[in-house]
Design a protein around this ligand. Structure first.
Ligand code: TXA
Ligand code: MG
Length: 316
């Protein structure tokens, strides 16, 4: 089957209320018709995701945004102009059209227009906005290939294979406030990037509930993962896989995944989940060690993912 036949088939599944895993530029999504509560409920079931964790709705044009959101301010259009299609999610007041299950009962909805031609075509052909979380089991590593999806969600109705994703980590999530914007999840689009359109709001407190899905533990490999920013001297490197960035820590490790040839943080983002998956699947690797990066720009998003991957393991 060629791509357009596959997309046509996947779109039919979406219209029938089924679940389709599809590529975006960030990670693979597990999609359903966003306006069909029953179909959306199946996403939570298949992912084993708690119902308090809201989903992002994916759109292909601004007319869809206007149906899903109440009175979008002008800033939304300026942000859309600059960053869409692309890895930016905006949390905005929802219209009554959006089912409660999508937003976990919140008055707001997260919206983004993905920067991936297959995803955009799928949304257009499905003729509806598509609600999609990352296509992994809840709390596990996000998928950047169709094979990763198959490993965790073998029972999904259909997987639309679009090759490896090009960004590799989930979208930046922001919300707009009276004074500008706040970041609920860091991604490849940085605070500095967004500040070119609207100011960062340092004044308003982010209440706990504004980003309900943001747990301390997330993206967790089933093997111990530790960040090499603290004492890892007792780790037996001959049984460990290193996620390497600078090349300086590589000596003595059983396996090394070099995430970038030119110390480019974008490469770290693109390759980090894939390296975690590969080490998780490698029977010889007992522990995963990740090289930290400085927490500026894209480094914030990378360290956020690494800390969450490490969180449940550092207690042991
Ligand atoms: O790049 C991405 O954003 C990927 C691809 C598939 O688009 N999707 C993704 O979805 O990462 P997910 O479900 O894994 O993460 C969505 C997170 C939620 O956990 C929650 O923190 C936040 O988005 N979110 C969604 N709707 C929200 C809302 N109304 N208010 C606050 N946070 C919201
Ligand atoms: Mg996720």
């Amino acid at each position: 089957m060629n791509n357009s036949v596959k997309i046509e088939l996947a779109a039919r599944y979406i219209r029938e209320g089924k679940l389709v895993a599809f590529p975006t530029e960030t990670v693979y999504g597990l999609g359903a018709n966003a306006l069909d509560s029953m179909a959306v409920a199946r996403i939570f079931e298949l992912k084993e995701r708690p119902f308090f964790d809201p989903l992002i709705i994916h759109i292909a044009c601004l007319e869809q945004l206007e149906k899903l959101v109440l009175h979008p301010p002008e800033t939304v259009y300026r942000l859309a102009e600059k960053f869409w299609p692309g890895p930016l999610t905006m949390v905005l007041p929802k219209s009554p059209l959006v089912p409660e299950i999508v937003t976990a009962g919140l008055p707001t909805v997260g919206i983004r227009m993905p920067g991936n031609a297959i995803a955009l075509e799928l949304i257009k052909k499905s003729d509806c906005p598509i609600a999609a979380p990352s296509a992994n089991k809840f709390g596990r590593i996000s998928p950047t290939t169709a094979a990763h999806v198959k490993k965790q969600l073998p029972n999904v109705d259909y997987i639309l294979d679009g090759g490896r994703t090009t960004v590799g980590i989930e979208s930046t999530i922001i919300r707009l406030t009276e004074y500008g914007f706040q970041i609920l999840r860091n991604g490849i689009i940085t605070q500095e990037n967004i500040e070119s359109i609207t100011p960062y709001d340092y004044r308003t407190e982010i209440e706990e509930l504004s980003a309900p899905g943001m747990m301390k533990s997330h993206y967790s490999p089933r093997k111990k993962l530790l960040i090499a920013d603290r004492k890892i001297a007792d780790i037996d490197k001959t049984r460990a896989g290193l996620m390497s960035f600078s090349g300086q820590l590589e000596h003595g490790y059983l396996k090394v995944a070099r995430l970038s040839e030119s110390m480019d943080l974008k490469d770290y983002a693109v390759n980090m989940f894939e390296a975690m998956h590969a080490f998780e699947d490698d029977p010889e690797v007992e522990v995963i060690i990740a090289e930290p990066v400085s927490e500026t720009g894209i480094g914030k998003a990378i360290m956020d993912r690494l800390r969450k991957a490490e969180y449940s393991w550092r207690q042991i």
